[in-house]
Design a protein around this ligand. Structure first.
Ligand code: NAD
Length: 425
């Protein structure tokens, strides 16, 4: 490779670039493709004057980066956080390119956000900020150009303001301009459970590939929020034994299996939506971190990044880790658990049910038609299964870890598209 490598002071971007160059070198990617794919296609910086509730005006900074549209419209979230800047959006946008590519959906990758502390903003200030942001980036977003979605500190309400602003500016309804909308306003049934159902699909196929009977296989699921609960419910429905769950209030272990339905009801019916106070016969309560090192076949971290790290990696007893959260196993922990013979199914394969679900919402919006939840899962599970085996088979054939295999498969699909489409514009 004779390309001069780009580096960045932003850790996220520097790591994304390093990972990309490493994979590109390993797969022998042409220099011109490396040059093209190591840069975003388009970056837009906008200033956002917002009238605050007290009548003063504050000017915020916003960004939208389209890393690649080789496979289809850019797809990626909108984040409201004080750390948001252009380089962070560039890094996260490139990760979305690889994630959508690996997911096998017709999307490129993008990311955007506003540098702000949303906890300091009232609802009306947030609405004005969101509508101003949507208007300022409107020249580059649209159903067939770039489709934002919720990310850190944004949700269904922000997406509705976004869609409403763009639709009114264009004088015609454009529901597919964003995904993550509520079911009542062009959202999709099945989306809430999609990421967890996708994670569970990976766990099931992994067990099958390793000749382990799903019925009775033991699982520990860290994090009992959106991803963790639906992964747990889906695995329990398949006959697996969820022996441990945890959330911010601690770890809950039962050697004979947690009653997942009961735990789900407990969480859904208390205002804080936590496991605090959950009881069942044979339940052992422990520290949240201790749940990670209990005996199990599969550990499924679905909480935060860095859950399995250099400090606790050596204590993991699972044979497999399936990453439901983003980045739950740190790079040094990845080396340690790899050395212990633990197989890791990487996040951007395991939790891609979320972005596949966004694609389903968009497809329904473009057709003005609504699927049932059964129809949704009927389409989601085969796609997740195919994606799992694409990575599994590559990993077996070339003797590389699943994480590296996933990255190589993803980059190849984008690189092939860039090559075939050529360099015009
Ligand atoms: P969530 O907020 O609904 O749930 C997070 C859960 O983790 C909560 O139960 C919380 O109590 C628990 N938790 C927090 N700190 C913990 C700790 N120290 N120990 C144990 N539990 C802890 O979030 P979510 O939507 O389920 O997302 C979880 C992860 O999955 C994040 O990394 C997110 O980026 C990723 N992800 C989510 C989606 C999605 O569709 N929701 C899609 C892709 C990736």
């Amino acid at each position: 490779m004779s390309v001069k490598k780009r580096t960045s002071k932003n850790v996220l971007l520097d790591t994304a670039l390093e990972n990309f160059y490493g994979a590109a070198e390993e797969m022998g990617l042409d220099d011109d493709l490396i040059e093209i794919l190591s840069r975003p296609e388009r970056s837009l910086c906008v200033s956002l004057p917002v009238t605050m509730d007290d009548g003063s005006v504050r000017v915020f900074e916003g960004y939208r980066v389209q890393h690649s549209t080789a496979l289809g419209p850019a797809k990626g979230g909108v984040r409201y956080h004080p750390n948001v800047d252009l380089e962070e959006c560039e890094a996260l946008g490139s990760l979305m390119t690889w994630k959508c590519s690996l997911a096998g959906i017709p999307y490129g990758g993008g990311k955007g956000g506003v540098s702000c502390d949303p906890s300091e903003l009232s609802m009306t200030e947030k609405e004005r900020l969101t509508r101003t942001f949507a208007a300022r980036i409107s020249p580059i977003i649209g159903e067939w150009t770039d489709i934002p979605a919720p990310d850190v500190n944004t949700g269904a309400q922000e997406m509705v303001w976004f869609m409403d602003t763009i639709s009114k500016m264009r004088g015609s309804l454009e529901p597919g301009v964003v995904t993550g909308k509520p079911i009542s306003i062009w959202g999709s049934r099945g989306r809430t459970a999609a990421t967890g159902v996708g994670v569970a699909t990976c766990v099931r196929e992994l067990l099958k590939s390793e000749d382990i009977d799903v019925n009775g296989a033991r699982l520990i699921i860290q994090g009992f929020g959106n991803v963790g609960t639906y992964a747990a419910l889906s695995m329990a429905n398949s006959g697996a034994k969820v022996v441990g769950i945890s959330d911010i209030t601690g770890g809950y272990y039962a050697a004979d299996g947690i009653d997942v339905q009961k735990a789900f009801k407990h969480v859904s019916s208390n205002p804080k939506r936590t496991l605090d106070g959950y009881e069942q016969p044979g339940l052992k309560k422990m520290d949240g971190d201790d749940i990670l090192s209990q005996e199990t076949d599969v550990l499924v971290p679905c909480a935060l990044e860095g859950a399995v790290n250099a400090k606790n990696a050596a204590s993991i007893k699972a044979k497999y880790i399936v990453e439901g959260a983003n980045g739950p196993v740190t790079p040094d922990a990845d080396e340690i658990v790899g050395g212990m013979g633990i197989l890791v199914v990487p996040d951007f394969l395991a939790n891609s049910g979320g972005v596949i679900g966004s694609y389903f919402e968009w497809v329904q919006n473009l057709n003005g038609f609504f699927w049932t939840e059964e129809e949704y899962n009927h389409r989601l599970i085969p796609i997740m299964t195919d994606n799992f085996y694409r990575v599994w088979n590559y990993s077996r054939e070339y003797g590389v870890k699943m994480r590296r295999a996933a990255f190589l498969v993803a980059i190849k699909r984008v690189a092939d598209a860039v090559k075939m489409r050529g360099t015009f514009l």
